[in-house]
Write a protein that binds this ligand. Sequence first.
Ligand code: PA5
Length: 433
Amino acid sequence: MRSITIDNTGSGFAPAAIGKEARRLAPELARLKAAAQKRYATDYASINLPEDRKQLEQARSLARQYADADLLVVVGIGGSNLGALAVQEALLGRLHNLAGRPRILWADTVDAGAMKTIAETVERTLSEGKRVLINAVSKSGSTTETIANFAILAEILKRHEKGYARSVVVTTDEGSKFWEYAGREGFARLAIPEQVGGRYSVFSAVGLFPLAVLGVDIDGLVAGAAAMRTRCLAADVAKNPAALGAAAQYLHLRKGRNISDLFLFSPDLEAVGKWNRQLVAESVGKEFDKSGKKRVFAGVTPTVSIGSTDLHSMGQLYLGGPFDKFTTFVTIDADSELVVPDGYDALVSRIGGRGLGELMDAIAHGTMAAFRKTKRPFRHVALPDRTAASIGQFLQERMMETILLAALMDVNPFDQPNVELYKTEMRAILKKK
Ligand code: PA5
C-alpha cells in the first residue's frame, strides 16, 4: 500500500506554531488510544471499525448472494448513504452505470421526479427478469425520507416477486423499529454498532455491504483506514497528520477564517467532498460547548470545489476575494491512457502529446502556486493512486482530524441535537394535515 502524503507548507503558519497547537491534543490523543483497545464501548467506537473482521466477512458473504444482481438501489440519506456513495464514485466513477454491473441508484431525498425514475427503472429491470437488490439503510430506522422511499420500492418488489424478501437487505441499529420490521418480513439484516454515528459509519456495514455488492475492494479500503488510524494515533504530533491538520484548521478559525474548502482535483471525488461536508458541519457546528452549559455557536463551514471545473467559476473569488478560507487541495495520481493528439497546438500551445493526467497535474500545481503567490492558505493532500487503500486512508484521516478539531474547539463531535429541530416541526406539519 502506498501512503497518502499531506504537505502543510502552504498553510500560512510556521511548523512550530502548528506543532504547539497540536501538542494541546495530547489528552485527546490519549483518550483515542485508550478507545482503540475498547472496541465499540466508547464514543470513539468508529475508529475501531477497520479492525472488525467479523463485520467485514458478514458484509462480504451476504454480498456474494447478490452476485447476479443487475441493479442495486441504496435507500438512505446523510450518514447512511454519503460514505458509500463517496467511495463508489471515487473508485468506480460517476459514470459507472454506463458500463459497470450491477448498476447502482441512490434514493436519498423524497424528490418525486427522481424517485419516479428510480421506481420505473426497478419496475423495468424486474419485468426483464433481471435481479434487483434494495439495501435500505437507516441507523435510527425512522427517517421519513428513507422509509417513504423504501415503502414505494418494496411495493414494486412485492408485485413482481413472491419471495420478495430475498431482494431486500436492511442495515440499521439492532432493536430499531426497522430492525424488528425487517425480521418479521424475513429480510436479511445487518447491524450498525450502537455507538457508531451515521457520519462515522462508512467502514461499517453501512458502507461495506453495498460496496462489496459493487465489487469494490473492501479489504483494501479497511486496510487503508487501519494504516491511517495508526498514523493518527501517534503521540508524536509531528508525525500525526490528523493532529497537524486539526491544529492548522483551528489556528485559521481563531483568525476568523471559518470556511474550509475541500478542493478536489477530480469530478469523481465530488461525493467525497459532500461526505466531508456532513462530517465537519455536524461534528463541529454546535450551539453549546462540550459541557453543554455554555452557548458558543461554534463551527467551521465546509465547502466543496472541483478542479479544474470550479476554477472557471470560483477561481476569481478564491484568488481575489476575502481572506476568509483555508483550502485543502486533494490531488490523485491517475494513470491516463488518453493523450491529446498532435496538430492542435495552434489552438492551445504545448498540449499535443500530453496525457490528460499530466494536464490536470499542471492545473493543480499552477493553482497551488497562485494560492502561494496571493498568500491564500492551503495544504495539499496527495493520493498516490486511485485505489481503495488510498481512499480508505483519506476518509479515516478526515474522521480522526475532525474528532481532534472538535477537541480543540471544545465541542462534542458525535452529537447533532439541533438537527432534530426541523424534524419536530415537520412531524407537526404532517400531523396537522
Ligand atoms: O448524521 C446524522 O445523524 C444524519 O445526517 C443522519 O445520518 C441522517 O439523518 C440519516 O439518519 P438515519 O441513518 O437514522 O436514517
